[in-house]
Design a protein around this ligand. Structure first.
Ligand SMILES: [Zn+2]
Ligand SMILES: [Zn+2]
Length: 128
């Protein structure tokens, strides 16, 4: 894949932000530096090439972030009031427990678990 200016810009923005961004957030952040149509094309190319991940947040809005092989494994906290989603690293001991739980759920349903995503819902410090 060629590393065009638009692709580099999107990767840099996702790298700088402490949580996943929606397409709308990205449009705001690029401030017209690349056309919106090209932003959407860039997002789908980066997703196809495995550099970024897209997932729906709790309101169903698509959010983008760097793939875990680039950013490291983490979980998300989503505020039910303001909708802010932030990344949180999980302490090693807790992560081991989560991995065990995920494996156990897999065993019960004869499902080969290869990873997990944990999105916690609640109220952020600013909204509380
Ligand atoms: Zn909030
Ligand atoms: Zn985890």
């Amino acid at each position: 894949m060629r590393f065009t200016r638009a692709r580099r810009l999107v990767i840099e923005l996702l790298e700088e932000t402490a949580g996943p961004l929606s397409a709308g957030d990205l449009v705001e952040a690029i401030e017209g530096a690349i056309p919106v149509s090209s932003l959407y094309r860039t997002l789908s190319i980066l997703e196809e090439s495995g550099l970024i991940t897209r997932f729906p947040d709790q309101s169903g809005l698509a959010r983008y972030e760097l793939a875990e092989w680039l950013s490291g494994h983490h979980h998300h906290l989503t505020c039910a009031v303001c909708g802010a989603t932030s990344d949180v690293p999980v302490p090693r001991d807790l992560e081991a427990t989560l991995t065990d739980i995920a494996a156990e759920v897999g065993r019960r349903f004869a499902f080969g678990v290869t990873g997990h995503r944990l999105d916690l819902q609640g109220v952020c410090t600013r909204c509380r």
